[in-house]
Design a protein around this ligand. Structure first.
Ligand SMILES: [Mg+2]
Length: 344
């Protein structure tokens, strides 16, 4: 009854409302893969892969070429035994993690239709709403301050600020943004743009100026574990790994080597299976968690809304890419200002 009989991949290209600039990178379009899992009884589950070449080394053409293989790998499996399907998809952890995420989620989405229960409840139902931040990309000081002010007034209490291209300007921007929105909390993301030294200088100077940074995300290169460990103890702000933390094995190494205070889980890096493991690893070791996104549309953000609400594991939610894309909303969640409320 509930066996998988077909899997389809479809390329979906979304334009950004305006170019999204982070340290050493600009995005104009998101090339995503919409995955549908069809069951024998007619139920359909939907997921979305939003690949990142910069982080995962994924190219969308290579992902689309996996369609027949994935179909062969999971055809005949019953979605009620979803852990079996998760395990099969774990083989794509290093080569196509976003496809792994989309197929794993589509499996739960199909199960949600069968059981008539929303995915967040299948995952535990810990929370029934979460609050997201909103991101301010790299721009001139004046533009960033104005966007921060407007975004805070729209109801986003946590602002994610992109930095990492110029130490002196970054400090000036953070102080000016903080003066314009003194009630806000800031997640500051340098996307590997700093060296260990410039990252320490940034953190100490911004701390001295009383800027309310709650997380300092991936200041330096993903593979510099020694630098991260040094930073963790030299920075007054919690240090988070994003680009460094893809699989559960990466996170295990980071925690064991005392490199991080926080981990930014993204389903597009880890899939649901590794993300579930990372949640337990972090809880066990008292490491903080945030959840982030790549260039997902509302179909892809939906996955993280249900995951985050279901597990209830995250101190911060950075689930805003759908707000940056030109699209027609298709998520199974409601959005009221910064509230994201999962639905059936
Ligand atoms: Mg990041």
């Amino acid at each position: 009854m509930h066996e998988i009989v077909n899997v389809t991949f479809e390329l979906k290209t979304y334009e950004y409302i305006e170019p999204f600039r982070i340290a050493n990178n600009v995005e104009n379009k998101a090339h995503n893969v919409e995955v549908k899992v069809y069951l024998k009884d007619g139920a359909v589950g939907i997921g979305e892969a939003s690949p990142s070449y910069r982080v995962n080394g994924e190219r969308v053409s290579a992902l689309l070429a996996l369609e027949d293989d994935v179909k062969e790998m999971i055809s005949g499996e019953d979605v009620k035994n979803y852990r079996r399907i998760f395990n099969i998809m774990d083989g794509l952890s290093r080569t196509a993690p976003s496809v792994k995420a989309a197929v794993q989620y589509a499996t739960l989405d199909a199960l949600s239709a069968i059981w008539n229960a929303p995915v967040y409840q299948i995952l535990g139902g810990h929370k029934n709403r979460i609050h997201t931040d909103k991101t301010i990309g790299i721009d001139t000081l004046n533009v960033m301050v104005e966007k921060a002010r407007k975004t805070f007034e729209e109801g986003f209490k946590t602002l994610k600020i992109k930095i990492g291209e110029n130490l002196k300007e970054d400090i000036e921007k953070m102080v000016a943004i903080s003066e314009a929105t003194p009630e806000a909390s800031y997640i500051v993301d340098a996307n590997q743009g700093y060296t260990t030294k410039t990252a320490v200088q940034f953190a100490q100077e911004v701390y001295r100026q009383n800027v309310n940074v709650v997380v300092f995300e991936q200041p330096i290169m993903w593979n510099d574990h020694d630098g991260l460990k040094l930073l963790r103890y030299a920075s007054p702000f919690p240090i988070a790994a994003d680009e460094s933390a893809k699989t559960k094995h990466d996170v295990y190494d980071l925690i064991r080597n005392e490199c991080v205070d926080f981990v930014n889980i993204k389903l597009m890096k880890s899939g649901l299976s590794d993300a579930l493991s990372i949640v337990e690893l972090a809880k066990t070791t008292n490491i903080g968690l945030m959840i982030g996104c790549m260039g997902e549309s509302s179909v892809g953000i939906n996955q993280s809304v249900h995951f985050a609400a279901g597990t209830g594991a995250f101190s911060y939610h950075d689930l805003d890419s759908h707000m940056m894309l030109k699209e027609n909303f298709r998520g199974k969640f409601k959005q009221e200002r910064d509230n994201l409320i999962p639905t059936l």
